[in-house]
Design a protein around this ligand. Structure first.
Ligand code: 9MR
Length: 539
């Protein structure tokens, strides 16, 4: 019986999926303590699902709205995991997804009082980095400490630090102060400022250090090759400043311009510094409008390559326009192509444009009406298409092609439906968002809640070096597994899948499975956004 292992908001549509079961029709929702029956219902007719290749029957228990902890009982089959129905039911998961970032912090020890049993030594001071020739610098050293480890590896990438930061700042702009001071138990807790902004600043600070004197952004900070599955302090290969290019520079310009708005009230000098850095980066990009990054021959770490710069320009132009109200940015952005179509798998290569669009929608006061209306209509159309897909597709989610990081595709699509709900508060949009989150939290073809540490059946063997090496049974909590990936690119790396798995079942809870069971900043971030959105909007 697959269902949302955390729980449902009282007014939500509530569905569970019963797989391969031809027995009786009846199901019941029972109170997990008193065993009182709250509802008796009938399972749907059997459906044949293609993406999961399963025969399923659906239990719809939306009518149960009373708060409590329940079990779903299917006679002849058994009980589900317990789940809750209550207001703010995703509160802990939301906070957990942000605390996950803390565990990824670089250059500091994680002390036991904050990290519990996952405490670890300081590693990667990143204070004496060599320049790789691809950076355009020949000699000398650079310091670039801090930030978050990107994923299961120990490297730091500008494209994939600024993209998640943009998604996380969006939540702060729309729902300020969703996590107040003294809630996450991080080193800054108690300093009088939101723990959310403090955690984000830890990531943002690092990106600022990656800006060269001429304004351009170095592409990444990595060892030449991925390290073995060891603790951070045992991963001691020399680290380099690698590459410099247009995508990193524009993504940074966008993110820093956005940060300048977010920090304006709480840290005005920092905000000013971010805006100045953003403008300087943008100026570099104007001089170097299409410098693509490609891994040099001797570097094999994550490439985050991209040869289409349209979405990066769009994002940078919108953030800089909104932060400065300088019409030159506006002129440029209105001349760029507008592409509202959500295509799974494109992730950082094209989704930056959505961040720009969301920012346009957040600022009807400064954006000219025709532009605002165009983006509004485009996003509503895009959300309508996603809602339709979620109605038709297996497990009530909007994705029909499961690629590397597919869980983030479900969540990025949910972000579009969330914006539509903010524009037009229709139930179908909110429902689309909730079902997408339900998919991530257990209503899926693996019956797994994909955020480590949250749910009854969650990933135990994520591709995450610390989790693999620390000798602790449970993985580091609050990290989102990438999810089913029908391309199976990690078979050569030792991942073992069942024969010819269905797209939605192309996921294995195995450490070597970097293509299905790694964690990554740009997968956690849309999860945090959607959780934060639901906590404020869902009743
Ligand atoms: O998320 C990325 C995925 O879309 C790519 O297909 C894959 C191979 O290039 O890389 C993924 O990103 C990884 C990055 O390169 C290095 N850190 C871990 C990331 C998640 O697997």
């Amino acid at each position: 019986i697959r269902l949302n292992q955390i729980g449902y908001y009282p007014q939500a549509v509530k569905k569970a999926v019963v797989v391969d079961f031809e027995g009786a029709n009846r199901f019941q929702v029972v109170d997990s303590v008193s065993m009182k029956v709250l509802m008796t219902g009938s399972l749907s007719q059997t459906k044949d699902w293609q993406l999961s290749r399963e025969k399923v029957r659906i239990a719809d228990f939306s009518e149960v709205t009373e708060e409590g902890t329940y079990l779903l009982l299917v006679a002849g089959l058994g009980y589900s995991y317990p789940f809750e129905i209550r207001k703010n039911v995703l509160h802990d998961v939301f906070q957990g997804s942000v605390k996950g970032l803390y565990y990824q912090r670089v250059s500091v020890p994680l002390e036991e009082k904050h990290a519990g049993k996952w405490h670890r030594e300081m590693a990667h001071p990143d204070d004496s980095l060599l320049f790789h020739p691809s950076s355009g610098k020949e000699e000398g050293y650079m310091a670039s400490p801090g930030g978050w480890y990107d994923a299961g590896d120990y490297n730091k990438y500008i494209v994939n630090a600024t993209f998640p930061l943009g998604q996380l700042y969006l939540l702060e702009e729309q729902y300020p102060n969703s996590i107040s001071d003294n809630t996450l138990n991080i080193p800054e807790s108690g300093n009088g400022r939101s723990d959310y902004l403090d955690e984000l600043k830890y990531g943002m600070d690092w990106t600022l250090t990656m800006q060269d004197e001429d304004g351009g952004l170095f592409h990444k900070l990595t060892a030449k090759n991925f390290e073995g599955m060891v603790m951070p302090n045992e991963a001691t290969s020399q680290r380099y400043i690698v590459g410099k290019g247009t995508t990193a520079t524009l993504d940074f310009a966008a993110c820093a311009a956005q940060a300048s708005r977010v920090y304006e009230k709480v840290a005005p000098l920092y905000a000013a510094r971010c805006l100045r850095a953003a403008k300087k980066a943008y100026a570099w990009a104007l001089e170097h409008p299409a410098v693509a990054f490609v891994n040099p021959a001797d570097v094999s770490t994550g490439q985050y390559g991209d040869t289409n710069f349209d979405d990066e320009w769009f994002w940078a132009d919108t953030e800089l326009f909104v932060s400065t109200q300088d019409a030159t940015y506006l002129d440029r952005l209105t001349k760029r192509p507008f592409d509202f179509d959500f295509r799974p798998g494109e992730s950082w290569t094209t989704y930056m444009r959505f961040l720009g669009m969301f920012t346009i929608l957040n600022h009807p006061d400064v954006v000219p009406k025709p532009l605002y209306n165009k983006v509004r209509q485009g996003i509503l159309n895009s959300a309508d298409a996603l809602v339709k897909k979620a109605e038709d597709l297996d497990y009530f989610q909007p994705i029909d092609d499961f690629q590397w990081g597919s869980n983030s595709d479900v969540l990025n699509a949910a972000m579009i439906m969330a914006q539509a709900y903010r524009l037009e508060p229709k139930e179908e949009y909110l429902n689309g968002v909730q079902q997408s989150m339900g998919y991530i939290l257990g209503t899926n073809a693996m019956g797994v809640s994909y955020l480590t540490g949250f749910g009854d059946k969650t990933p135990m063997f994520i591709h995450h070096r610390q989790s693999a090496a620390d000798g602790i049974e449970e993985p580091v909590p609050g990290l989102l597994s990438g999810g089913p990936n029908s391309r199976l690119q990690d078979v050569s790396g030792g991942a073992v899948y069942p024969q010819n798995p269905a797209p939605m079942q192309s996921w294995v809870d195995q450490e070597p499975s970097y293509a299905s069971n790694e964690i990554c900043l740009n997968w956690n971030a849309p999860m945090t956004y959607v959780l934060g959105f639901l906590e404020r909007e869902a009743k």
